[in-house]
Write a protein that binds this ligand. Structure first.
Ligand SMILES: NC(=O)C1=CN([C@@H]2O[C@H](COP(=O)(O)OP(=O)(O)OC[C@H]3O[C@@H](n4cnc5c(N)ncnc54)[C@H](O)[C@@H]3O)[C@@H](O)[C@H]2O)C=CC1
Ligand SMILES: O=C(CO)COP(=O)(O)O
Length: 336
């Protein structure tokens, strides 16, 4: 009799732990975290209080601080470390992962310097492996609390995606699939920049109309860049596009939105990051997105203002004034 599929998740932060919890309900799952105290707490008390307060984790979920053990154990590998830390963790894990193992990314940033998407970084570390991602509107705390949500396994090979879907699905967690990996990944990356802008509007005390404007025009920017880079336009109307954009721009649980909100309330970026003690991928991705916008000759006024706030010290109030001064072109022609 064949044994069940073993899932290894790298990254013991809020989302890595939550995805490991989803998988542990279906199949044996091992979570790698670099912090030994976190590992001991997950194994002995079944909580990860640093990232997820006192939410209970399943007793069947085992954690390890031994990266090699997790790598050797994996029939399916899930990468939940933040984008900028991914390359070094993967270099250490790769020699111990079996050749055919599918690798799924959870990350929503772009690597600084190389401008690579997380799945491109993974494909470089794991040549020949099926590589994809699990993404969607998935605020970790809500998923762990069992509030209904949906995600997408995006992978060019539909047969592999079909095999992976049930590993993460639950009664209140629906997992769809999509072969447009590029579009699905860019949706998650780019919404973080727009969420910072949405947070800024929140912090400035603007209204729901403003929020809707930022979200809708933000979706136009995301779609324009994504399509120019070769993604399918309709992917951006799906869970990894509009869906994730809505959740992140609207929820007080979003770290990216919180960054924008606190910047608008005159807190420094350094202080916000220090106090948050969690990753807000949009901060380090904004400049790279603007490099891509220039390379692909795509107009991204909201992303440009966010980049100016995050990297050049412009005040959010000024950024909003800048946006309102920009010429309003034809709404739809601009997107094509
Ligand atoms: N939290 C959420 O609701 C969601 C997060 N994501 C994405 O998942 C990725 C991970 O995010 P979170 O788990 O939320 O982050 P987090 O800030 O909660 O935790 C990050 C984890 O990565 C670890 N880490 C940091 N640097 C590392 C290194 N050099 N080597 C090994 N481990 C390292 C930290 O120790 C921590 O365990 C991000 O790209 C994020 O955008 C995606 C969907 C939902
Ligand atoms: O990606 C997320 C929800 O899908 C989480 O967003 P934040 O990283 O802004 O918290």
């Amino acid at each position: 009799m064949s044994r069940p599929v073993q899932v290894a998740v790298l990254g013991g932060g809020s989302w890595g732990t939550t995805v490991a919890t989803l998988a542990a309900a279906n199949t044996p799952t091992l979570l790698w975290a670099r912090d030994e105290n976190t590992v001991a707490e997950i194994n002995e008390q079944h909580t990860n209080s640093r990232y997820l307060e006192d939410r209970p984790l399943p007793e069947s979920l085992r954690a390890t601080s031994d990266l090699r053990e997790a790598a050797e154990w994996a029939d399916v590998l899930v990468v939940g470390v933040p984008t900028q830390a991914m390359r070094s963790a993967l270099a250490e894990a790769a020699p111990h992962v079996r050749p055919w193992v599918p690798v799924l990314s959870l990350a929503k940033g772009l690597e600084m310097g190389t401008r690579m998407r997380p799945t491109e970084v993974i494909a470089e570390a794991f040549p020949g492996h099926p590589v994809g991602l699990l993404a969607g509107p998935n605020l970790a705390r809500e998923v762990l609390d069992g509030k209904a949500a949906a995600a997408v396994v995006a992978l060019p090979d539909a047969a592999v995606a079909c095999a992976l879907q049930p590993l993460f699905s639950g009664r209140r967690f629906r997992v769809y699939r999509n072969e447009d990996l590029l579009g699905s990944e860019l949706g998650g990356v780019l919404k973080n920049i727009i969420a910072i802008a949405a947070g800024m509007s929140e912090g400035l005390g603007t209204g729901d109309n403003t929020r809707a404007m930022v979200l809708t025009r933000g979706l136009s920017e995301i779609t324009r860049l994504g399509v120019a880079m070769g993604a399918q336009e309709r992917t951006f109307a799906g869970l990894t596009g509009l869906g994730d954009l809505m959740a992140t721009c609207m929820s007080p649980l979003s770290r990216n939105r919180r960054v924008g909100e606190e910047l608008a309330r005159d807190k420094s970026l350094e202080q916000i990051i220090e106090e948050m003690n969690q990753v807000a991928e949009g901060v380090k991705t904004a400049a790279t997105v603007m490099e891509l916008a220039r390379e692909y000759d795509v107009i991204m006024p909201i992303a440009a203002e966010v980049d100016a706030v995050v990297n050049d010290g412009r005040h959010p109030r000024e950024a909003y004034r800048g946006l309102l001064r920009a010429a309003a072109e034809h709404e739809i022609d601009e997107v094509a």
